[in-house]
Ligand binder design. Structure first.
Ligand SMILES: [Zn+2]
Length: 352
């Protein structure tokens, strides 16, 4: 049969597109082509981009791209290329065939390779370099909505994606001499910030957790996809990388983990349901989050116990309060001691 009817051609391509997307072939075939970067579907419009430093969460859809964190600076070119390629392919296969309105020829042309979708928003969960290093390049590659509700506060930024974060993050990145292009264009103080309109068919919420990894942490809630992007408050590849010098504390990390646990809903028992994309590591669910919260709680309690017994930091370290989890979370033996030290210092810090 000759496929000459325009809608038949469209239908054939649509079907091919469905199979293409359904098999997530981007992630599986193209890891090498993308410099080790993988884009993995999570749910709805939400994807995980892995391999560029910290996990990057993407919302990709009709409104463009929103990204949570930008990875390391040295990975920016690869991240931009991977996102462009991904959105272009997605666009191409999801684009319905358009009626050709020009000369009176035979009807329909397929749109072929369409442009990639613009990066509209960047959200930062903390100021650490593996989360914000890509900011300048990614923000420059993006495009804000002109004249919309999200035009940046900083007038000289001009074009580029809007960068959203807690106000302390602006200070922290300024202190770290981040180029202006990579600094937040819109900040919030207090407990939360919401995008004022749906983006890719859902509400997106930033929630601040005071003094957790730093004093500038947010985690992000995708309300329809039911996905939380946690940042390093939940780092499933290791102990939480609390940065005391930048305002972090174990109490804050626990408060953040508990807050997320209040929000997640399992599908059955404690499995499935809400997905949590951790700062590092694989896609998680409530059971993983609860396991991690319990781990941090128990280590905190053990260190607290030692402090009550007037043990020194060295004595507490020697008692190995992290022993049960070191196989899983201490990539290097020193990381266990570092975490114990951070917990100890958090608990003994004099309140200012
Ligand atoms: Zn991190």
């Amino acid at each position: 049969m000759k496929l000459s009817h325009p809608w038949l051609i469209a239908a054939t391509f649509a079907l091919a597109g469905f199979v293409f997307v359904g098999q997530s072939s981007f992630a599986q075939q193209d890891g090498a082509q993308n410099g080790g970067i993988e884009i993995i579907p999570v749910r709805g419009n939400v994807y995980l981009l892995a391999g560029a430093g910290a996990n990057i969460t993407l919302s990709v859809g009709p409104d463009g791209v929103l990204m949570v964190d930008t990875g390391s600076a040295d990975m920016s070119a690869k991240v931009i290329a991977a996102i462009n390629r991904f959105t272009r392919e997605m666009n191409t296969f999801r684009q319905p065939a358009k009626r050709y309105e020009g000369g009176g020829g035979s009807g329909t042309v397929l749109t072929g390779m369409v442009p990639p979708k613009p990066i509209r928003f960047i959200i930062n969960t903390n100021p650490l370099a593996d989360h914000t290093g890509g900011n300048p390049a990614l923000a420059a590659a993006g495009k804000t909505f002109t004249g919309g509700n999200v035009a940046g506060d900083l007038g000289d930024i001009g074009e580029g994606a809007a960068v959203l974060a807690h106000e302390n993050l602006l200070q922290r990145l300024s202190d770290a001499k981040m180029p202006t292009r990579g600094l937040p264009t819109e900040t919030y103080f207090g407990s939360q910030m919401k995008l004022s309109h749906f983006f890719n068919d859902e509400g997106v919420q930033l929630l601040h957790v005071p003094n957790a990894i730093t004093d500038a942490d947010s985690f992000v809630n995708f309300r329809v996809s039911d996905v939380i992007s946690s940042g390093d408050i939940f780092d499933f590849s290791g102990y939480p990388p609390i940065d005391l010098a930048r305002g972090g504390s174990v109490q804050g990390v626990l408060a953040g983990l508990n807050k997320m646990l209040e929000m997640v809903i399992p599908e059955f028992r404690s499995e499935g349901g809400t997905y949590v994309i951790p700062g590092h590591g694989r896609i998680c669910d409530m059971a993983d989050l609860a396991y991690y919260r319990d781990m941090v709680t128990i280590i905190r309690d053990r260190v607290q116990d030692g402090i009550k017994k007037n043990l020194t930091l060295d004595q507490i370290k020697a008692a190995r309060p992290t022993e049960d989890w070191d196989g899983r979370f201490a990539k290097l033996p020193t990381q266990a001691n570092t975490f114990v030290e951070v917990v100890y210092k958090s608990l003994t810090a004099v309140k200012k």
